[in-house]
Write a protein that binds this ligand. Structure first.
Ligand code: CA
Length: 615
């Protein structure tokens, strides 16, 4: 009997030791051959702070083990030599000098194959969608046991609808047909929040695709399949905040992991104090350190552990999946110096990666403030290549909707473009009409189809990288109050939908007209480098018309764009444009194929943007 107990004890202890594992070790694995030799592991598990750690693997040095306020965490600094080989090795955890257990860590080989991490540029057109609302490709993941939100209700704008990554994979040919080149999904990362968790901006696990959208492996497959079709992928990442149900927030490594306030304090959402030389410190603190919402605590990006955690997480996803570009959520709300350091580290690892920040601000100067190439009153360069060009959006809208005045109507658009001198390179900006946070353009122009086409022609011929919001091509509409109203399901994305608007047969006559307009111009843009990266020349508006050229400086054929937003037909005397038109024998209307041989005057129909190719 005694012998049996001893054996049992030995078995049990061995079992305990073998089973001893952490709740989280992040990043779960890493790579050899990275530019930055440093790696900081976050190890999370009940009362682990008493352990020390050691390892013995050629080329990998354990530099330091950090204990922090919370006994459930250790941070382990590693240094990986350039000649270290990929492989698995044990990290041994010790208590009072005695080995307690091993944790097997893996360094993989960095994938440097061509076609990965290509970057997204003005040669591309981005298609933004929300994975919960685009297409349900896998009904088995609509509800996932164990997650906090269990209601699936397509009639409610707040609940989950069941869309997923497989639904997007199923429509890769649709994107090709439409003529867009790049997919940007709102965050696919786990948002295990109790309510309205579908939008993706309240992250609860930085290393896990939300199981309702798929798995990490499926996400990687999605990127690979898109690349195989010649499509690129942008990932939407959130530095500023996390979800209040994140395990890391529920059991924080240290009190200042997030910015703490005596009472709940929300960000002012006002970017001006970030750049304003006259701003009060209190206003700046409220903007940058205030929480985005009660459910979205604000990361303390001055904390070096937080910095390492976020930077490594983004590098991990890019290398893991081969992503082409990042869209940075709520850029002005972040700690500026950290964001600059982050951008330098990301660009060092992935020189081709494209990055643009969400800057829904109120002036061109404010947008330009956040972009790379100047230090202004900040004293350092942000290294942020591009921004979401909100002022261009407002200007296009105003050109179509407001009566021209000294600064109004088409003059606003002209002025905004003229302020491009503020950017190191304005072509890195993402230009758009609308997105998941704002009223849909078709509603903003009172469902005026002529204005829709006028605006679309500007968007797809203007400098920068155009971004379309899903459903724009089929005239989806609504005002963003609440924002769920601009996040309806794409009709046909769910089995049993009344109409399948992914197909011409499922669309109405006018929807097909819209779809064909977008597709034709998008494909034309794809075929003509002048519309991608050709030099832009604009003219001071006269007779309430706005005219610009995209010159064939980078190949292709030069294009003349004429916007006449007025309700009347106009005759344009072309003598002003001799510098660009002098060698042109004729002009071809890109949308209709009509050829104009007499170039002395051009007739511009009412409410039209003419896109004319120079021959
Ligand atoms: Ca699903």
């Amino acid at each position: 009997m005694k012998k049996l107990i001893v054996i049992l004890f030995v078995l049990l202890s061995a079992n305990v030791w073998a089973q001893a594992k952490f709740d989280h070790v992040e990043p779960m694995f890493w790579w050899v051959g990275m530019k930055n030799p440093k790696l900081q592991l976050m190890v999370h598990g009940k009362n682990i702070s008493g352990y020390t750690a050691k390892l013995d693997y050629p080329g990998v040095k354990l530099v330091e083990v950090h204990q922090v306020e919370n006994a459930n965490y250790l941070f382990i600094d590693l240094e990986i030599a350039p000649d270290a080989q990929a492989g698995k090795f044990p990290i041994t955890f010790l208590e009072n000098g005695k080995k307690k257990f091993d944790y097997s860590y893996e360094l993989k080989t960095k994938d440097n194959s061509a076609g990965r991490i290509q970057g997204v540029t003005d040669k591309d057109i981005i298609y933004l969608l929300m994975p919960d609302r685009f297409s349900n490709g896998d009904v088995s993941n609509d509800k996932v046991k164990g997650l906090r939100e269990q209601t699936l209700n397509r009639d409610s704008v707040y609940y989950r609808h069941g869309g997923d990554i497989q639904g997007v994979i199923n429509h890769l040919d649709y994107f090709k047909e439409l003529g867009v080149t790049t997919i940007w999904m709102t965050p696919e990362i786990e948002n295990d929040m109790p309510h309205a968790s579908y939008h993706g901006y309240a992250v609860t696990d930085h290393y896990k695709i939300d199981p309702r959208y798929g798995t990490n492996e499926l996400y990687k497959t999605y990127v690979e399949k898109a690349h195989a079709k010649g499509l690129k992928i942008i990932k939407d990442v959130v530095h500023n905040h996390l979800g209040s149900e994140h395990w890391m927030f529920r059991d924080m490594p240290m009190k200042d992991w997030v910015n703490q306030w005596p009472v709940f304090t929300q960000s002012s959402y006002r970017d001006e104090p970030v750049m304003d030389p006259h701003a009060s410190a209190a206003d700046l603190k409220k903007m940058v350190d205030g929480w985005f919402a009660t459910t979205m605590p604000d990361f303390n990006e001055r904390n070096p552990y937080v910095q390492n955690y976020l930077t490594q997480n983004h590098i991990w996803w890019i290398e893991y999946a081969g992503i082409d570009g990042l869209r940075l959520d709520t850029y002005p709300y972040n700690e500026p110096s950290y964001m600059a350091d982050w951008a330098m580290k990301l660009k060092a690892e992935f020189p081709n990666l494209s990055i643009f920040g969400e800057t829904l601000v109120n002036s061109v100067a404010s947008q330009a403030y956040f972009t790379q190439g100047n230090t202004v009153n900040r004293g350092f360069d942000t290294h942020l290549p591009g921004v979401t060009d909100n002022m261009m959006k407002n200007a296009i809208y105003e050109a179509l909707n407001s009566k021209p005045g000294w600064t109004e109507g088409v003059f606003r658009l002209y002025t905004v473009v003229s302020q491009d001198f503020l950017y190191q390179d304005p072509t890195r900006n993402t230009i758009f009409w609308d997105n998941h946070d704002m009223s849909r353009f078709y509603s903003l122009v009172n469902e005026d189809f002529a204005k829709y086409k006028e605006g679309m022609a500007i968007l797809l011929t203007m400098r920068g990288t155009p971004q379309l919001y899903y459903g724009t091509e089929i005239l989806m509409k609504n005002f963003s109050n609440p924002d769920g109203l601009v996040r309806f399901d794409f009709p046909g994305g769910w089995k049993g939908d009344k109409a399948d608007k992914f197909t011409a047969a499922g669309r109405t006559k006018q929807e097909n007209e819209a779809w064909n307009f977008v597709s034709k111009l998008a494909h034309y843009r794809e075929s003509n480098p002048a519309l991608q990266s050709g030099k832009m020349i604009q003219y001071v508006p006269e007779d309430d018309m706005y005219i610009y050229f995209r010159l064939a400086t980078d190949g292709g054929k030069s294009v003349m764009v004429i916007l006449n937003p007025e309700e009347k037909v106009k005759t344009l005397d072309t003598s002003r444009f001799a510098a660009q038109l002098k060698d042109a024998g004729s002009l071809v209307n890109v949308m209709t194929g009509e050829k104009l041989n007499i170039l002395k005057t051009i007739t511009i129909p009412a409410k039209t943007t003419l896109v004319l190719e120079l021959n």
